[in-house]
Design a protein around this ligand. Structure first.
Ligand code: SAH
Length: 241
């Protein structure tokens, strides 16, 4: 479970609302049972349930747990997709270890920025939070508000390395692109929407010196590519075992 500074009282953390409900009702946890608690800086500790009053759970903090986060932080900029496909990307890339997300719309996006953006953002946030807790992440990956393709270009300048996945013929393998990445680097992975990238969009990245990388000769669906790109990048730097 994740907690903020306001929930700390001495060596105890108070879980309330959804977390308390999940612990008591879903996990049927009781006093003496162990939980893992992570603060908002990614430090995780074992804890023991010390008491339950009025639906709040008091947990006594114990020893530090090993850090489960990847030493290279991979952020995923992906073309927003229709329906649950975006939710699939957020959940799976969170389980795999993505550090954050930049959903964007571009020329060939099928989905149009929705009027219910606020509600959708909240739903996406919930999916990421749940996947982070379930996969025992030390942090909750950061979800940025949907942006447009030009914003992605600006964004890419703030990363140590950018990898852009394009189903192009030249087979520039990912391994080459990730050579030289080291601890603490922030890497941006970019995958496109259902319709892919236009030549103009790809050229704009080329102008920034960002070479396309291939995931092989087969065309993956956008949601597959976003998740596979995350997995392959983490694997490439030795973060998936
Ligand atoms: N234009 C494609 C569909 C794009 S697939 C078509 O011919 O139908 C959606 C996104 O997945 C692409 O923009 C790209 O980022 C990624 N992708 C799919 N297959 C890929 C591959 N073999 N190599 C690299 N990226 C791929």
């Amino acid at each position: 479970f994740f907690y903020g500074p306001g929930q700390v009282h001495g060596d105890e953390v108070i879980l309330t609302d959804d977390d308390a409900h999940h612990l008591l009702r879903v996990l049927r946890a009781s006093v003496g049972q162990e939980v893992e608690l992570c603060d908002d800086k990614g430090s995780c500790r074992r804890a023991v349930i010390a008491g339950v009053d009025h639906g709040e759970v008091r947990c006594r903090l114990g020893h530090e747990l090993p850090d489960s986060e990847a030493v290279i932080r991979f952020y995923l900029a992906f073309g927003v997709l229709k329906g649950e496909k975006t939710e699939f990307i957020l959940q799976k890339a969170t389980e795999l270890g993505a550090a954050g997300f930049f959903p964007f719309t571009s020329e060939r996006s099928v989905v149009r920025p929705d009027k219910k953006a606020e509600k959708i953002q909240k739903r996406w946030q919930k999916i990421i939070h749940g996947a982070a807790a379930q996969s025992r992440r030390a942090i909750i990956p950061q979800l940025n508000p949907p942006c447009k393709w030009p914003d992605v270009l600006d964004l890419s300048k703030t990363f140590d390395k950018v990898v852009f996945f394009w189903e192009s013929e030249e087979d520039r393998p990912l391994a080459k692109s990730l050579e030289g990445c080291s601890r603490g680097d922030r890497v941006l992975l970019i995958t496109g929407p259902e319709g892919g990238f236009s030549a103009k969009e790809a050229a704009a990245l080329g102008k920034l010196g960002i070479e396309p990388v291939t995931l092989g000769p087969r065309i993956l669906r956008a949601e597959t590519a976003a998740v596979v790109a995350t997995a392959v990048a983490l694997y490439q730097v030795g973060e998936l075992g």
